[in-house]
Design a protein around this ligand. Structure first.
Ligand SMILES: O=C(O)C(=O)C[C@@H](O)[C@H](O)[C@H](O)COP(=O)(O)O
Ligand SMILES: [Zn+2]
Length: 344
């Protein structure tokens, strides 16, 4: 039985981040100063876990991606000012990806930057969103168009908090786990094929292993390429198409990523990089996890949204393709060629 807490380090250019897997929200005070701390959370987390929070001022956001916007950022800046937060203050985000993104962005910009850390409460956030120092807000429904690279001092991944997570949210986190296995670990993909139902029933041993594997995979990549000049682009597998679907439909991020992964498997097969057998295995695993693999959005509409993605540089776009389960390649594809591949 795996019980011990595991620590993984992310090394950023400016600062480092310690990820504590299996640590408890109840131990938060061991990681923050004893005063001048400000908590950002959402109403779901507040309702379930406020009694576990240390006694610091709390700003409560409404839940959901739509809250990751500039007007909420302004409200939080104002609240910090009103409550006397200064350059020596410490901000803690307690919640999922939206809360961590907001808290990280605010902390990185308030008074030109104050110290911050996260308690990550959803699977998606523990395996991905809270790790690696990307803090961003959406604009006009386009994902993370405004943001910073800045590492939190710590991330507490309290897997005990996952027991209250709705099943849709759990599935969404598993979409990012599948993404990590597709990027670099065929054996882990096979482990998921064999153990998907144990993951869906939140078996502790399996969940801890999956969180640890994802954090290790992501930390390794971020340590080599924090600012996404090269290898980190791989972490965007399924996201270029996924973000377009997410923008148009408003479905949860993990579901959009699942659709994006399935689309990428199709495109990779079409371009002769992936066998149809492996494509079918990928789609089958996503289905076993209860994730969607297609959407009603027309390819033309998705293509239009995709052209506004921040991964577009001039007339080209970096697209992550699969060369087999556990192996991806990043190709700078011209928009014209992408249109031909996708629309013909
Ligand atoms: O951390 C990264 O790098 C990722 O690409 C991880 C993604 O799963 C995550 O959704 C990220 O926020 C997307 O970043 P973006 O730069 O494409 O907005
Ligand atoms: Zn993602």
């Amino acid at each position: 039985m795996r019980t011990a807490m595991k620590t993984i380090e992310v090394k950023g250019e400016k600062s480092n981040s310690s990820i504590f897997i299996g640590e408890s929200l109840l131990k938060l005070l061991n990681y923050t100063p004893v005063e001048n701390v400000f908590i950002v959370t959402d109403s779901n987390v507040e309702q379930l876990y406020q009694s576990h929070f240390p006694k610091f001022p709390v700003f409560v956001l409404k839940p959901g991606e739509a809250q990751k916007n500039l007007s909420n950022a302004e409200a939080i800046y104002q609240w910090l000012l009103d409550n006397g937060a200064d350059r020596s203050s410490f901000i803690v985000g307690i919640g999922g990806g939206v809360v961590c993104d907001m808290a990280g962005f605010i902390a990185s910009t308030y008074m030109r930057g104050v110290r911050f850390g996260f308690v990550s409460s959803t699977l998606l956030s523990q395996v991905d969103a809270s790790i690696g120092g990307k803090n961003g807000l959406d604009l006009d429904n386009y994902k993370n168009v405004i943001g910073t690279f800045n590492q939190p001092e710590f991330v507490i991944c309290d897997t005990a908090l996952l027991v209250t997570l709705p099943i849709t949210e759990l599935r969404c986190g598993l979409a990012e786990v599948v993404k990590h296995t597709l990027i670099s670990d065929r054996k882990m993909f096979e482990f998921l094929e064999q153990n998907y139902s144990r993951a869906l029933s939140l078996e502790k041993e399996v969940i801890d292993l999956l969180v640890e594997h994802s954090v290790e995979t992501k930390a390794g990549i971020v340590n080599r390429d924090e600012k996404e000049k090269g290898e980190r682009r791989k972490l965007n597998l399924g996201h270029t198409w996924g973000h377009a679907i997410e923008k148009i439909t408003g479905i949860p991020h993990g579901e959009a990523v699942s659709i994006g992964i399935a689309f990428t498997a199709w495109l990779s097969e079409k371009r002769g990089l992936l066998s149809s057998t492996e494509r079918d295995r990928i789609i089958a695993l996503l289905h076993l996890l209860g994730l969607p693999t297609s959407s009603d959005v027309s390819r033309e509409a998705a293509m239009e949204a995709l052209l506004h993605d921040k991964k577009k540089e001039g007339t080209k776009m970096h697209f992550v393709l699969m060369e087999g389960i556990g192996n991806v390649t990043v190709e700078a594809i011209s928009i014209e060629e992408l249109k031909r591949s996708i629309l013909e």
